[in-house]
Write a protein of this length. Structure first.
Length: 155
């Protein structure tokens, strides 16, 4: 990816289910990607393992409960969570309003998945709940996305 293309792909805002994802630093082959993610209270993921690289999650707003490699803990503003490749992890948004974090990943696989499974944010159009849910088939084909689901979401 050229510097011009990379800059053109930065700051794109997407609906990933009920989450607003802003591509802050788009990846090029083998490089890191930084995505700002704003998620509503109660948002959760199944227990999963990433196979393509480590995930680093830095909290900007709110509180998230994490489960990483058998350890359960809360992360607050200013804290950073490491979810190494190959270790089971998941999270749930605990804040009463929402939480915002930066998700830093390697290789661009997560960014590519977000781009493929999201709806673009349009100035005057809010996609319906059904459209947003349909756009987020996060774990429908995990092998194709270098994600392996290994358990249920946090209750």
């Amino acid at each position: 990816m050229s510097d011009q293309t990379r800059a053109g792909n930065a700051n794109q805002i997407l609906w990933f289910g009920d989450n607003l994802m802003t591509i802050r630093v788009p990846a090029s082959a083998g490089e890191i990607s930084v995505i700002e993610c704003r998620m509503p209270q109660g948002e959760t993921t199944p227990l999963y393992v990433t196979l393509s690289g480590d995930e680093v999650i830095h909290m900007l707003e709110g509180t998230m409960q994490f489960f990483v490699d058998g350890k359960d803990f809360l992360a607050h503003v200013g804290q950073t969570v490491m979810a190494p490749r190959g270790l089971p992890h998941h999270f749930r948004i605990e804040s009463t309003d929402a939480a915002t974090c930066l998700i830093v990943t390697q290789s661009g696989v997560f960014e590519q998945m977000v781009r493929q499974m999201s709806l673009p944010l349009q100035a005057d159009v809010l996609p319906s709940r059904v459209e947003r849910d349909a756009s987020r088939r996060f774990f429908d084909t995990p092998a194709q996305r270098n994600i392996e689901v290994v358990g249920a979401p946090l209750p």
